[in-house]
Design a protein around this ligand. Structure first.
Ligand SMILES: Nc1ncnc2c1ncn2[C@@H]1O[C@H](COP(=O)(O)OP(=O)(O)O)[C@@H](O)[C@H]1O
Ligand SMILES: [Mg+2]
Length: 304
């Protein structure tokens, strides 16, 4: 960040952050969706990439499954469409039906539309000798400079070539853990995969990705603000396990408390901020944004 005028903070460097983790259900989608909303409210222009065949990010951001022939992340990956053809505005549902009038746009957030076809991405990229470079190339050649301040990447629960292609282009990775021990194993596997990538032939392409942060979500918090062990000792064990490792302790972001309202956001097609505007977990997401180093941008910031 650099101050260019008194009171005006400009975004000096575009940030790219990916959420990953070997186990499905780790909280990646909720992390990326709700962080995107928080950052947009702070004045950042955000592009969210929905790379997961489960496409929950697209659903929460108001987009049903794509129609046949509609450009998506997969047709971009295959080189059949340009990135900007697969970018749609993020929105949330305010009424019934599929008409545009049933949705309200979320200022500042765009979405690279997800698709179930991303289940084929591993095979498609694996059959292409330069497959691991696809995202790096798209980012380099097809993202207009200065159009977005932050790009967030919601990965699927796999650690294959798709993840490596993301990690090559997006070295800042958040390992996500939900309230079960299997997610700790999941981030161990993520770290091992990235370490292998750093030693592999990808080194010559500048592969340097690391799990830089850990986000623990779905943590039961008591009214006094402590982790509520009565609601699940496992959660406590997850946090203890992370804190017990010297190399992980400093990576742990502020925890996101458990709230049943998160689960409603997919079917309601409303990110938490719009679904439950007074939810206490929104403060946790704001704390994560602070910890990641995203100050609020001044509202007088120059429009480009
Ligand atoms: N803080 C939270 N409180 C309650 N449920 C949560 C929380 N964070 C995530 N969840 C729920 O956990 C499940 C997995 O989260 P999700 O973000 O979809 O994970 P992933 O994208 O890694 O598969 C979902 O049902 C989601 O609603
Ligand atoms: Mg997901």
């Amino acid at each position: 960040m650099a101050k260019i005028n008194p009171g005006i903070i400009e975004v000096a460097n575009e940030r790219r952050i990916a959420a990953s983790g070997q186990a499905g259900g780790a909280g990646k989608t909720q992390a990326m969706v709700n962080l995107a909303v928080e950052l947009a409210l702070r004045g950042y222009r955000v592009l969210v990439w929905d790379l997961d065949p489960q496409r929950s990010t697209s659903h929460i951001f108001g987009h049903q499954d794509p129609m046949p022939g509609q450009p998506t992340i997969f047709s971009v990956l295959c080189g059949e469409n340009k990135l900007l053809e697969a970018v749609v505005p993020a929105r949330y549902r305010i009424g019934e039906g599929d008409e545009d009038s049933a949705f309200r746009l979320i200022p500042g957030i765009d979405l690279v539309l997800g698709t179930p076809q991303m289940a084929e991405a591993e095979v498609t990229l694996g059959n292409d000798s330069s497959g691991v470079l696809w995202l790096d190339t798209v980012l380099d050649e097809q993202v207009p400079k200065g159009r977005w301040d932050v790009q967030l990447f919601d990965c699927g629960p796999t650690l294959g070539i798709l993840l490596l292609s993301v990690a090559l282009a997006v070295p800042e990775i958040i390992g996500c853990v939900n309230d079960e021990f299997k997610y700790v194993i999941g981030i161990q596997d993520l770290e091992a995969t990235l370490a292998k990538g750093r030693r592999s032939r990808l080194k010559k392409f500048g592969f340097r990705a690391e799990m830089q942060h850990i986000l623990a979500t779905n943590i039961p918090i008591s009214p006094t603000g402590e982790i509520d062990r009565s609601q699940g000792a496992v959660t406590d064990d997850v946090i203890e396990k992370i804190n017990a490792r010297a190399d992980w302790q400093g990576k742990l972001l502020p925890i996101v408390r458990r709230s049943i309202r998160f689960k409603e956001t997919i079917v309601r097609q409303k990110a938490l901020r719009y679904h439950a505007p007074n939810n206490a977990a929104l403060a946790d997401i704001a704390a994560v944004a602070d910890a990641l180093g995203f100050p609020r941008l001044n509202s007088t910031r120059k429009k480009r």
